[in-house]
Write a protein that binds this ligand. Structure first.
Ligand code: 1HN
Length: 360
């Protein structure tokens, strides 16, 4: 940009036009020694007119994932690994242990007879069950037996351990807000001496107590934290039929299909302060309208087959495939068969900060 010759330089004398850039550079170098830098050289990259993402669209096909994860079972036990997880790294963020800028994702496997020992940490976690039947996660005294499609919550600092007393390996998707917690530099963690926590509640207690339209009429429901759900396992057996009813009733969003949001039944708010999730049923032949929002999302195809167009790139998904849509990229789903998609994102965190937006 042209600079007027009449401008005064720092010492009050007129700065000749040809000299001003050299004077600026010298000045920037001097202030750098004081750990200062001019805003005007970086402002347009700091405050962009629209969201800029480092994250790329990506898909992991379950056939590949399952074979590779099964192989890890011969190399390390769940006990030794503590958590036998293969991290899903966004191809544009390799080495950063994240699938989007704010979320960690991985595939965990637990073999029959194994235990993943009890611990707790500041990051919150969710599990979305992909394969197997009857392995458990124990969270805050409730032992949740898991089936494919179940959505299990481990809130920040909640003690949790996993085990598998079934005869088959179990695989699930772990999503944690680790990059968010580490952005704030607020990580804490601790192990317990006893690898398995004492359980005080039966499988399904929290869903039954808090997710049934009635509430326990005692102190338990009055002392609940309100920034997280009291439900440990939102079972697929309960949630899927709701989306099916919505489909039959014509409750079908033009972009998202017959979609429900997993809610904290006490407040109607999100399940966790940092992560929110949805389940949607898409009728066969569904062609969703394009949509975008500032929360990048991780999707799992629970049933069916289809494609998601992300900014001109087509991701073709089948059962148990995991795919990622980056923030503010336009996407549209198409279902070749009746399909069910699970999704999870950092939307609640963005909403709490007042920065979440959506658009067409
Ligand atoms: C963790 O504790 C689990 O408890 C899974 O199953 C994945 C990824 C990063 C940090 C902690 C689990 C994790 C994790």
């Amino acid at each position: 940009m042209a600079v007027a010759t009449a401008r005064k330089s720092g010492n009050g004398k007129p700065g000749p036009k040809h000299n001003i850039e050299a004077m600026r550079q010298a000045y920037y170098q001097r202030i750098a020694k004081h750990h200062m830098t001019p805003l005007w050289t970086v402002m347009s990259s700091l405050i962009t007119e629209e969201p800029v993402t480092r994250c790329a669209p990506a898909i992991w096909h379950f056939n590949d994932v399952k074979a590779l994860v099964m192989e890890s079972g011969g190399l390390i036990s769940a006990e030794e690994a503590k958590r036998r997880v293969l991290i899903l790294e966004n191809p544009a963020l390799r080495g950063e242990s994240r699938v989007t800028n704010t979320l960690f994702a991985g595939i965990q496997m637990i073999l029959p007879g194994e235990v993943a020992p009890a611990h707790r940490h500041a990051p919150s976690a969710i599990r979305f069950v992909l394969d197997g039947e009857g392995a458990y996660t124990a969270v805050e005294g409730e032992k949740a037996l898991m089936s494919p499609g179940d959505f299990v919550i481990t809130a920040s600092w909640a003690p949790h351990d996993h085990g598998n007393s079934s005869k088959k390996p179990m695989l699930w998707l772990d999503v944690l807000d680790v990059p968010t917690v580490n952005f704030f530099e607020t990580s804490f963690a601790e192990d317990f001496d006893d690898p398995m926590q004492q359980t005080t509640r039966q499988n399904g207690d929290s869903l039954s107590f808090y997710g049934s339209g009635v509430l326990p009429d005692g102190t338990a429901a009055k002392n609940l934290a309100t920034n997280r759900t009291p439900i440990i396992n939102y079972t697929y057996a309960r949630t899927r039929p709701i989306t099916e009813r919505m489909l039959k009733a014509g409750e079908i969003d033009k972009c998202h299909g017959a979609r429900v949001r997993y809610a904290n039944p006490i407040t109607g708010g999100p399940v966790l302060p940092t992560m929110g999730a949805n389940l949607t049923m898409l009728p066969k032949g569904f062609r969703g309208e394009p949509y975008r929002s500032t929360d990048g999302a991780i999707f799992v195809c629970v049933e069916g087959e289809g494609t998601t167009d992300v900014d001109g790139e087509t991701l073709a998904w089948g059962q148990n495939d995991v795919f990622v849509v980056p923030p503010w990229k336009r996407y549209a789903h198409s279902a070749h068969k009746q399909s069910v998609l699970f999704s999870i994102s950092d939307r609640p965190a963005q909403e709490a900060l007042g920065i979440w937006r959506e658009g067409k």
